[in-house]
Ligand binder design. Structure first.
Ligand code: GCO
Ligand code: MG
Length: 402
């Protein structure tokens, strides 16, 4: 069996997506997601110039060998661009293998560990009252877990506050827009939101919060401690994790569960955090961390330390990643939760898929492969539109972590 051709499809049905389609001499094709929000064209070039020419003629059934070829063979290991390109190839090859086997992907991974996948939605508002309403809306929709983000008076566009009610899309400007940040105000305001949420809806729902890399370890420890009475499911990205050791200080001061990993690319980014049991949930995802082949290694390492998965699932992860992640989540023994930000109807139409949502859970389908396709004719109607993520500055102009 041989890979006969491969192409990269860029489309913008409301937001940009980069998709790799691999064709074979048996007529079976596979697709993989290669989207990197705000830096899409870098992965397009990596695939077109440096990956596709190398894999033509290879046997698509040799998924592991092709993964190693692209990882070790690049010499320049790791990094968000390389690992997304590898992920796109890997997912397309798993799709092909599962289609050849006439099985849904989760069967090839080891079969079902659960019937459905618990997801969390992203509720936001410009202040506490609005966020409380938004959480109520998610509860009405049947969600069992909700991440609550609020605007903070005095901060221009704090992280996570969207324009729509169910859709949150940060990459929305032809050049990066400038948002604000003030840690002191956020530390005063965020715990009050959780107090109000528990007062209003009780303790029957999981609540989560994203710190979006904004706090220093000491500030994160303080926030975690203040949030303890509200029993969060997790506090996400409480501090940047380039220095994995930073989480030790947070860990020493709070029992609020910690989650991190949406910007990690490989097992090496998570190794110390996992081995030292500094986190509770690992958030790496299929597209960001080298595909199914590599994410499986990360999940297995985490399982040794009773750390569970909680994959990133923002709108910039295409339905191809979501579909594949759901097969992964259906199999992975140490599953925790799956993030689920809804795609728009335009996006869903370009990527026909067989997963569905009901009562706070997502269900992967039984179609052979990962169950997601791309309608190329429709995709062609939505040309690429440059869109950057915002940046964040403190009041005095100092650049901060967005
Ligand atoms: C999340 C994330 C996103 C990211 C986005 C960047 O937890 O969903 O933090 O909102 O900011 O994926 O592209
Ligand atoms: Mg996040």
């Amino acid at each position: 069996m041989k890979i006969t051709s491969a192409k990269v499809i860029v489309t913008c049905p409301g937001r940009n997506f980069v998709t790799l389609k691999i064709m074979t001499d048996q007529g079976v094709y596979g697709i993989g997601d290669a989207t990197m929000n705000g830096r899409e064209k870098a992965v397009v070039a990596y695939l077109e110039e440096h990956v596709i020419p190398c894999i033509l003629g290879m046997d698509p059934r040799r998924i592991e060998d092709i993964w190693q070829y692209l990882y070790k063979g690049a010499y320049w290991r790791r990094g968000p661009v390389t690992m997304r390109a590898i992920a796109a190839v890997d997912v397309a090859l798993w799709d092909i293998k599962a289609k050849m086997a006439n099985m849904p992907l989760y069967q090839l991974l080891g079969g079902r560990s659960r019937d459905s996948v618990m997801v969390y939605g992203h509720a936001n508002g410009s202040d506490i009252a609005e966020t409380v309403d938004a959480v109520g809306h998610y509860i009405e929709l049947g969600y069992k877990a909700i991440r609550a983000q609020t605007g903070v008076p005095g901060i221009k566009d704090a992280y996570g506050v969207g324009r729509g009610k169910l859709y949150y899309e940060p990459a929305d400007a032809a050049l990066p827009s400038v948002t604000g940040w003030d840690t002191r105000q956020a530390l005063n305001y965020v715990p009050r939101m959780f107090e109000k949420l528990r007062e209003t809806y009780g303790f029957g729902y999981h609540l989560l919060h994203d710190g979006h890399h904004r706090y220093t370890p000491q500030e994160a420890a303080n926030l975690g401690k203040m949030l303890e009475p509200y029993q969060l499911f997790w506090l996400e990205d409480c501090t940047p994790a380039e220095n994995q050791e930073a989480f030790r200080l947070v860990r020493q001061h709070t029992v609020t569960p910690l989650a991190v990993g949406e910007i990690f690319n490989t097992i090496w980014d998570a190794k110390d955090l996992i081995q030292n049991q500094l986190i509770d949930y690992i958030r790496c995802t299929i597209v960001g961390a080298g595909g199914v082949t590599h994410l499986r290694r990360i999940a297995d390492l985490a399982a040794l330390y009773q750390i569970r998965t909680g994959s990133h699932g923002a709108t910039d992860l295409s339905p191809v990643t979501m579909g594949t992640a759901l097969h992964f989540d259906t199999w992975v023994p140490n599953f925790g939760i799956q993030e689920y930000m809804r795609h728009t109807e335009e996006t869903d139409a370009v990527f026909p898929h067989d997963y569905h949502f009901a009562k706070g859970e997502l269900f992967c389908g039984e179609t052979p492969g990962h169950g997601v396709d791309i309608d190329e004719q429709l995709a062609a109607k939505y040309p690429y539109k440059p869109a950057f993520l915002p940046v964040a500055r403190l009041e005095d102009g100092t650049m901060w972590n967005w």
